[in-house]
Design a protein around this ligand. Sequence first.
Ligand code: UDP
Length: 236
Amino acid sequence: MEKRQELYAGKAKSVYTTDDPDLVILSFRDDTSAFDGEKVEQLSRKGEVNNKFNAFIMEKLQASGVPTHFERLLNANESLVKNMEMMPIECVVRNVSAGSLCRRLGVEEGKQLNPPIFEFFLKDDALHDPMINEYHIETFSLASYENVHKMKELTFVTNMILQDMFAKAGMILVDYKLEFGLFKGEVVLGDEFSPDGCRLWDADTGKKLDKDRFRQGLGGVIEAYEEVAQRIGVPL
Ligand code: UDP
């Protein structure tokens, strides 16, 4: 498998073509961004930690019946994944109130959400990722009716698997964001799952162990990511 040219560079990852049109390389960089790219810093080791973290989670989800784009780890910062047509939609599940839910609805942080809340956002930094619903998705042909329901179903299956996994390691999965794509017509989980795209709190102390440490300038960002990785058994 041969790495060819850069296809796309996002805020934290770059995508490269390979000699196989069905496969691309995801390269995890140390760039860390927040507030739609307004705050950007280089955090040493972040690319490597997120690449290995993501590989571990994707393999676990795949083994539990969630189709993912992940093929294999290539090296410290790169993974081989399926070349998908990504849907410009973010799927968020919230088990505990935090972040934009609190800002939008005036809810205090830390409230248990029963049942968990599901939200769609349009992936568009220039528009600050506005919230959308099934109607926007269908009317603007962002995804078919069937695929919208598949994404929702897979996002909730992921919630059961990961809530349980993090709980066993003494952490609360507060919320997280998933992105899906189509591979040969099938809805497949893409992008990444890492502490960059979820909120994780220590179950005893409430300590934030995710990207909120970066957003809120709390320090110890990578140390927290490494602690989470070590607690769930990611080989770093
Ligand atoms: N999230 C993300 N990328 C985004 C927006 C949100 O990964 O562009 C994640 C975020 O890390 C959190 C969840 O989705 O785990 C819900 O984020 P929220 O809507 O609360 O927005 P935020 O407070 O991050 O602006």
